[in-house]
Write a protein that binds this ligand. Structure first.
Ligand code: SF4
Length: 165
């Protein structure tokens, strides 16, 4: 069961988007230096069809993107949730911040408009750091993945607001 700890409307996680960022709990990655170890626990509200639709009804007209922050414990479940966003709010973009270095087996990237891959490595820094190992991709037709990480490195960005940056 996918659960979420909280959510927020954010402006830095996906370039040029107003994003409803949903912080998924139960993170299995255990990155040393993690900014949000509270997300390691299996805690929070179940993020099922009804709960996601309630969030979309409340915020779907105020944002341009819905991004699932985490969910590496059940990536295909995250993809199913992204599919619900696509069906009910086709004008919204979808994103996923994963801490995995590559897409999970069998994952079709086309269900997302954006995917962030890569664990948080304290010595390399977040997406805003020039030497970061993390990459943000824009997903194109046919599942092509355009690396747009440099969009984070050519603008003044405040301290990361997300555990996943
Ligand atoms: S930094 Fe993010 S991916 Fe890594 S353990 Fe913390 S919450 Fe999980």
């Amino acid at each position: 069961m996918i659960k979420y700890y909280n959510y927020d409307v954010v402006f830095s996680e996906i370039p040029d988007e107003i994003t409803l960022a949903i912080n998924i709990s139960g993170c299995p990655n255990r990155c040393p230096g993690c900014h949000s170890p509270h997300l390691w626990q299996d805690t929070g509200h179940p993020l099922d069809y009804e709960e996601l639709c309630a969030l979309l009804d409340r915020y779907g007209h105020s944002v341009t993107c819905v991004c699932f922050m985490g969910g590496d414990g059940d990536p295909h479940g995250i993809a199913r949730l992204a599919g619900i966003v696509r069906r009910h709010f086709p004008a919204l973009h979808t994103g996923w911040y994963s801490g995995c270095p590559e897409l999970p087996q069998g994952m079709n990237p086309e269900i997302f408009d954006y995917i962030k891959l890569g664990a948080y490595v304290e010595a390399l820094g977040p997406l805003t750091a020039p030497g970061t190992n993390q990459r943000l991709y824009r997903i194109g037709r046919g599942g092509s993945m355009e690396d747009i990480t440099e969009r984070f490195q050519h603008r003044p960005v405040p301290e990361p607001s997300s555990a996943f940056l």
